[in-house]
Design a protein around this ligand. Structure first.
Ligand SMILES: [Zn+2]
Ligand SMILES: [Zn+2]
Length: 176
């Protein structure tokens, strides 16, 4: 969806749509899939610039960073943007400084690419290291057992990588 901003100077533009989006195209291993996304909002002329207020609502399925268990997470994501075109640029510099809590987009022309904003929001809503619960202890690196549910007889791996490096070094010496 491309929006011609010059048409919004008179009347605000409102939208409400439901979109299906392929989670794979976000290229995030943590993200398994997305439900249909409800995406709505309004863009109005605020002089200088345009003010976009939007809202995304959907469910994302993630893999726990430690045990790989699937996590279903509802997302209710509000969005506020100040959009400045080349026409507003000089006048808006000052105002922009006062509105540091709001994201600002600069456009070279008067055409706003809504798909780009939409995808960016989905991307931002994927947590860096999702966890099924804050104290998830993860999988055993040796046998793959889920340590949240069972204990295994594997010996604890060296916790500190420096010790692992030292052990490797000693082995090398022993080989000589
Ligand atoms: Zn987990
Ligand atoms: Zn184990």
């Amino acid at each position: 969806m491309l929006i011609q901003l010059d048409r919004i100077r008179e009347d605000p533009f409102r939208w409400q749509e439901t979109l299906d989006f392929d989670a794979d195209s976000l290229d995030r291993v943590e993200l398994k899939s997305l439900s249909t996304v409800r995406w709505e909002g309004v863009i109005s002329f605020v002089d200088p610039g345009f003010y976009l207020k939007g809202f995304l609502s959907y469910t994302q399925r993630l893999a726990c960073d430690r045990c790989l268990k699937e996590i279903t997470k509802p997302v209710e994501s509000p969005l506020e943007l100040l959009i400045l075109t080349y026409l507003e640029k000089p006048a808006a510099e000052e105002q922009e400084l006062q509105e540091t809590d709001m994201s600002v987009i600069h456009l070279e022309g008067e055409e706003l690419n809504m798909a780009q904003i939409f995808v960016e929001q989905l991307q931002l809503n994927v947590p860096m290291k999702p966890l099924c619960r804050p104290d998830c202890v993860g999988l055993c690196p040796q046998c793959g057992a889920d340590r949240n549910e069972q204990t295994c007889d594997c010996s604890e791996p060296a916790a500190d990588p420096r010790w692992a490096a030292l052990a490797e070094f000693k082995e090398k010496i022993a080989e000589r």
